[in-house]
Design a protein around this ligand. Structure first.
Ligand code: AQP
Length: 344
């Protein structure tokens, strides 16, 4: 396989209720990766409309995600932050990938099954083909590394399958144009650390999610200290004290979730947290978790609100990011069209 320029790409949907799962599973990774990679972070508004969105809310949510990236420490000058719909190459490559991916591959996607639920006939076609657009988001930049939460693992595998099939199907044309034995890299998922799948505070078997009707199921990045304290205090637990070894968390999903959240917020390991809180009861542990969550999330929430008050700044960040992203995407699309045999 050819050697590719290393580049990080990832996205977050502007669908409201940005929460601790999005922060720990994705955004903290975005921040950390900036030190070693060239990074492109996208507010994926084309993905958001796979389910109905009110236009005014979509605008506000797009700015909220942008503010969250910046408030968490993503640098929009050294790296790129933009909203997907400003770079039309995403949709263009998405169509091409609809013609590369197989229906059987999409039929296996569990997220579609969960989101479409029983009313599958009524789901949008976009919700079904969501993973081909996601592959286009990544591969239009020929990105090599993709930080995501655990729930996106299957979609990332599909992106690799699409890249591989394109490279195989057009091998002769790719090689003739001097791109060696593959035009697209096989993007590597980066799913690491103690909080790759943050669970609901109300049910340790369910993922913390923006669309959960109960606000008590998640810590929102917009929550103030009082809301954080209330939600953590009400979080479901079990009657046993915390174990001192990781094995003791098995079959205790709520305890496992809270300990994982603590470890991720404290930037330590689950074993270290249990070393500190083993045998403690939940009220002691929850008090410490509230203090930690408020200390970590409070400044982000304050900075997000300040940035959200400056709409022009946020819109300028998105436009500048889109202008820079488009340069990369357009050059790659020219190559891709040539490979396919489209006259340019
Ligand atoms: N609970 C989670 N734990 C860890 N990571 C998570 N992510 C989402 N939920 C968790 C990661 O956050 C990034 C952005 O997610 P998204 O906005 O693209 O969409 P999503 O996965 O659909 O988010 P939600 O909150 O789960 O929304 P709904 O309720 O619509 O299903 C991704 O990297 C994701 O893995």
């Amino acid at each position: 396989m050819a050697k590719f320029h290393e580049r990080v790409f990832s996205g977050v949907q502007p669908t409201g209720n940005l929460h601790l799962g999005n922060y720990l599973g994705a955004i903290t990774k975005f921040v950390a990766l900036q030190k070693s990679y060239e990074c492109i972070y996208c507010v994926v508004d084309l993905h958001a409309i796979t389910v109905p969105q009110a236009p005014r809310e979509l605008e506000a949510n797009t700015r909220e995600v942008t503010a969250a990236f910046i408030a968490s420490g993503v640098d929009p000058v050294r790296h790129i932050i933009f909203n997907q719909s400003q770079v039309s190459e995403h949709a263009e490559l998405g169509w091409i990938f609809n013609c590369v991916a197989r229906v059987g591959w999409l039929n296996r996607m569990t997220q579609f099954k969960e989101k479409a639920g029983k009313d599958r006939e009524n789901a949008s076609v976009g919700l079904y083909s969501y993973p081909t657009l996601m592959a286009a988001d990544i591969l239009v930049y020929r990105a090599t590394h993709v930080p995501v939460g655990d729930d996106q693992k299957q979609h990332l595998e599909l992106s690799r399958d699409i890249a591989q099939k394109f490279n195989n199907d057009f091998a002769e044309s790719i090689s003739r144009r001097g791109f060696g034995d593959g035009y697209f890299p096989l993007p590597e998922p980066l799913i690491q650390g103690p909080a790759t799948r943050v669970m609901s505070l109300r049910d340790g078997a369910k993922k913390m999610s923006k669309s959960d009707p109960s606000d008590y199921s998640r810590l929102n990045l917009s929550d103030d200290a009082d809301a954080i304290a209330q939600k953590v205090r009400k979080a479901k637990t079990d009657p046993e004290p915390l174990p001192s070894e990781e094995a003791g968390l098995e079959k205790r999903p709520e305890a496992q979730n809270l300990v994982g959240i603590y470890a991720a917020l404290a930037e330590t390991t689950v074993a270290a947290v249990l070393g500190q809180f083993g045998n403690a009861n939940f009220s002691t542990f929850k008090t410490a978790l509230v203090d930690l969550a408020v200390a970590r999330l409070g400044p982000i929430c304050t900075e997000m609100k300040r940035l959200q008050g400056d709409q022009k700044y946020l819109d300028d960040v998105l436009k500048d990011g889109a202008d820079r992203a488009r340069v990369i995407a357009a050059a790659n699309m020219r190559d891709i069209k040539g490979i396919l045999g489209f006259i340019r």
